[in-house]
Design a binder for this molecule. Structure first.
Ligand SMILES: *Cc1c(COP(=O)(O)O)cnc(C)c1O
Length: 386
């Protein structure tokens, strides 16, 4: 069995008659049939082949196969965005009247899905805080179907114990679904800890160069089959072009992410010593409340740092205005370092109460460390904090 770095590169399409070295791009909306019988048998799924790119396409299938290898998953499906992966997974697997238990600290739009859209179909969500894992069992009802978490969380970079959570899910016959976006398949494989499904926003570190959007769900084959059928009929599929870009991106995922994690640790250590900083959270800093768990679950600490400035929102805006090198942008995981203020941007739709519960205070800043020289990133922060 080959290793992660090799699978990330050598999982590729069969060569065409041109014997190309790099994967071709199949920009075609449909595929042709040999004859009427071939057409019938293809639609009847008696043979595995491409019919129409809303269903499958060679580029998206190749990307899925690669991510499955990297996540040790049986099957998967690729979506236009991370949110279409999240939405389609829930829509395909839940029925009206079902119930979800989720960690309170989830991506802003996932929170909106749970609070605004799933209730339209009579699906309610109960939440536990990152430090209330012992409360989960009391939230489980007869109609609970899914236990959902992110780890590390966005933007607080809290760590949840995936093994312990999967045991709770198994005991109560729930599907355990993990958004593994912040860790990427390189840093953490939730399936190893018992997850049934793993979701990625490929927009972040998987592309890692700020070019395309994408999402992917991988995991148990019978669940993926339901998700595939839902997607085939409702249309959130990833474009072949984005799949082609993302498959290339994966070839360099290990080197990029490893270096970004090393840079992030250096920046986090600098911030921890700075007098203008109230607190710093980074999974591989000894001061992180779940440092030991992070070390057990993850290969490196990730590229995102959450820190709190002394002086709240005014100070936060002031520092952001003085930043020169790091970009003020909503993305993360890019080669370029990106700094954001979650309370006024990505998580602004959360109520004040929800923001308080998830630790998204006005002074919280999220820094996605890129691949610039760490000394230049530190110097930029230094001058802005002055
Ligand atoms: C960005 C993000 C998403 C959504 O992904 P998009 O590609 O922007 O739709 C979901 N989960 C997490 C943790 C994210 O950071």
């Amino acid at each position: 069995m080959s290793r992660f770095e090799t699978d990330a590169i050598r999982t590729q399409l069969e060569r065409t008659q041109f014997l190309e070295h790099s994967n071709p791009l199949y920009l075609t909306s449909s595929f042709v049939f040999e004859d009427a019988e071939d057409m019938r048998a293809s639609f009847a799924e008696e043979k595995e082949r491409n019919i129409y790119s809303r269903f499958t396409n060679p580029n998206t299938s190749e990307l899925v196969e690669k991510v499955c290898k990297l996540e040790k998953a049986e099957a998967g499906y690729a979506f236009a965005t991370g949110m279409s992966a999240v939405f389609s997974t829930f829509a395909a697997l839940l029925n009206s009247g079902d119930h979800v238990v989720s960690c309170r600290s989830v991506f802003g739009s996932t929170h909106t899905l749970f609070n605004k859209y799933l209730p339209k179909w009579n699906i309610e969500t109960s939440y536990f805080k990152v430090d209330e894992v012992d409360k989960i069992e009391s939230l489980i009802q007869k109609n609970t179907k899914i236990l959902y978490v992110e780890s590390p969380t966005n933007p607080g970079v809290d760590i949840l114990n995936l093994e312990a959570l999967s045991k709770i899910a198994k005991k109560h016959n729930l599907l355990f679904i993990v958004d593994n976006c912040f860790a990427t398949p390189y840093l953490q494989n939730p399936i190893k800890f018992g997850a049934d499904l793993v979701i990625h926003s490929a927009t972040k570190l998987i592309d890692g160069q700020g070019r395309v959007l994408g999402g992917i769900t991988v995991g148990k084959a019978d669940l993926i089959r339901e998700i595939y059928l839902f997607s085939r009929n409702t249309g959130p599929a990833m474009s072949p072009f984005n799949a082609w870009v993302l498959s290339k991106s994966l070839e360099t995922l290990p080197v990029r992410v490893k270096q970004q994690c090393k840079n992030a640790l250096k920046v986090a250590m600098f911030l921890e010593e700075h007098p203008e900083i109230e607190s710093v959270k980074y999974p591989f800093l000894k001061s992180h409340p779940q440092y030991k768990l992070a070390k057990k679950q993850m290969r490196y600490g990730g590229n995102v740092i959450a820190f709190k400035l002394k002086g709240g929102i005014e100070k936060g805006r002031n520092v952001l205005d003085k930043i020169k090198l790091c970009s003020l942008s909503a993305n993360l995981g890019d080669t370029r370092s990106i700094i954001t203020h979650p309370a006024s941007t990505t998580h602004s739709k959360l109520s004040l109460e929800d923001r308080k519960e998830t630790g998204i205070t006005d002074g919280l800043v999220r820094l996605s460390v890129g691949l610039e020289h760490p000394k230049d990133i530190i110097n930029d922060l230094k001058q802005a904090l002055k």
